[in-house]
Design a binder for this molecule. Structure first.
Ligand code: 4AD
Ligand code: MG
Length: 462
């Protein structure tokens, strides 16, 4: 059998071909007197490929009725420029065969299903136009992430997924255990995790940062890019229980440079997707978010604003807006506050830095004012926080005080303290939520719709 040609390749052909083999799933079939017109898609491109099946082909009568929406077919034929006004490539079949039939209960019959319905058929939704676009862009975005860092001599580190430390200190960890909850080993009336698989309480990681710091303090510039898990019970459009995070960590790097890298990275990713996913991006701006391309171009063309947390609070207090959550020095910025800053006040991405130490994790570097830490968040319109990072505390005595203050044991973090004991250096890094970035570049407004199979509170279907 001759080699398969993907639909994308056929649609971008330079010249006609006498014999090609094409396979895919049927989107539509229209029968005329002497021909059937069949549109197929194999997921490699948004556009379908038109197949013309002549009614004189052998088995036409018995087989064409099985060429229904959702069926998988194989076609041998000639790739030619269509006679129609769009002048695209089409295939004149010399033979066709139904590989897998689909009956009338195939759920993607009609156009215009709701996103909620499509979530219920997450195993079939990649066959829809929207989700084809989302997952092609997701793939390209992951490629661009590696390209950005590899092109700058960052070393890719596979940090562990199972860990004993709670990096963010928010207590939102999923426990990993082989203990039978019906008959746990006990010690002094408590579950004895010393008898568990890892001989101590273990969890799915919320961040690869602490391990990335280890490698930055040996190998200079590193990054990790992998799944992270948070058991926070927030059912929002921007939170998932399992999401991917990109975490670069840079030795000999302060907060200023950290912010520079984060902002450059955001722009790089936007630029790459606009260049390499043009058809998919046009689909998003037409059907998902009309202002998308202009907004992304606007972001590319301007520097990000930078304000300290204290300045941000001042802006919010003076805004005259009523917010659902209170605004005050020392309180966390909520998504509505972040969105006000970036959408209404600055009308561009904003990097907020120097947050109060009371609302941030133990590892952030204390500023000289005694009140704030060298933290930064990048906020973008439509989403809010897309990146969170900081300069790390590199001074042993200060870090030991932080651990004490957060009631973390020096024994558990002995290896982390060692980095400050032997050749300690200023170092910084950040985490970008991969799905948040994907939402930002596609305009898709619910995180559940940019993840193949989303895990959220109460939902681990498929
Ligand atoms: O701000 P976060 O919690 O920062 C950290 O985890 C640091 N250890 C990163 C570092 O410095 N290496 O999370 C980083 C980013 C957020 O800005 C957000 O984009 C995303 O991860 N994020 C989530 N995305 C989806 N669902 C969730 N539940 C998320 N929580 C955080
Ligand atoms: Mg954060």
């Amino acid at each position: 059998m001759i080699r398969r040609t993907l639909v994308k390749k056929a649609l971008n052909a330079k010249e006609p071909e006498d014999e090609i083999r094409i396979e895919g799933w049927v989107r539509t079939r229209r029968d005329a007197k002497a021909f059937s017109f069949v549109e197929i898609n194999d997921g490699t491109s948004l556009a379908n490929l038109q197949i013309i099946i002549d009614a004189t082909l052998s088995d036409y009568e018995t087989e064409i009725v099985k060429v229904t929406t959702g069926a998988a077919i194989r076609v041998h034929g000639k790739l030619t420029l269509s006679q129609g006004k769009n002048q695209g490539w089409e295939v004149i079949a010399t033979a066709f065969e139904v590989i897998g039939q689909a009956d009338a209960s195939y759920p993607l019959q009609k156009k215009g299903h709701s996103l909620e319905f499509l979530r219920e058929i997450a195993h079939l939704r990649p066959r829809s136009n929207l989700f084809g676009c989302v997952f092609r862009v997701r793939s390209r975005l992951a490629h661009a992430v590696h390209q950005f860092f590899q092109g700058r001599d960052f070393i890719y580190i596979h940090t562990p997924i199972i860990t004993a430390s709670d990096c963010e200190g928010a207590g939102e960890m999923f426990k990993v255990t082989t203990i039978d909850p019906a008959k746990p080993p006990l010690k002094d009336g408590q579950v004895d995790y010393g008898k568990d698989f890892f001989e101590k309480p273990s969890y799915l990681t919320v961040s690869g940062q602490l391990a990335a710091e280890v490698f930055a303090c040996s190998m200079s510039n590193v990054y990790t890019f992998g799944p992270t898990f948070r058991a926070e019970n927030s059912n929002t459009t921007r939170h998932a229980s399992e999401f991917w995070m990109i975490e670069p960590e840079m030795a000999f790097c302060d907060l200023q440079e950290d912010m520079d890298v984060a902002e450059t990275f955001v722009k790089y990713l936007i630029d790459d997707i606009l260049k390499h996913c043009a058809a998919d991006m046009t689909f998003f701006s037409k059907f998902v978010d009309k202002g998308l391309k202009d907004r992304l171009q606007w972001v590319l063309d301007r520097p990000f604003e930078r304000v300290s947390y204290a300045e941000a609070i001042d802006i919010l207090l003076q805004s005259g807006q009523t917010f659902e959550y209170p605004v005050d020095y020392g309180l966390n910025l909520q998504s509505e506050h972040e969105r006000y800053l970036t959408e209404k006040h600055f009308k561009c991405p904003v990097t907020v830095y120097n947050y109060p130490k009371t609302i941030k994790p133990f590892y952030m570097r204390a500023n000289d004012d005694g009140k704030t830490v060298a933290a930064m968040d990048v906020l973008v319109p439509g989403i809010g926080e897309i990146v969170g990072g900081s300069q790390r505390e590199e001074r042993l005595e200060v870090l030991e005080k932080h651990l004490e203050h957060h009631e973390l044991s020096k024994e558990d973090y002995g290896w982390y303290l060692d980095l400050r004991r032997f050749g300690s250096v200023p170092h910084s890094g950040f985490g970008m939520g991969f799905e948040r970035m994907l939402m930002f570049v596609t305009g898709v407004s619910n995180i559940r719709d940019v993840i193949p199979f989303a895990r959220t509170p109460g939902n681990a279907e498929f």
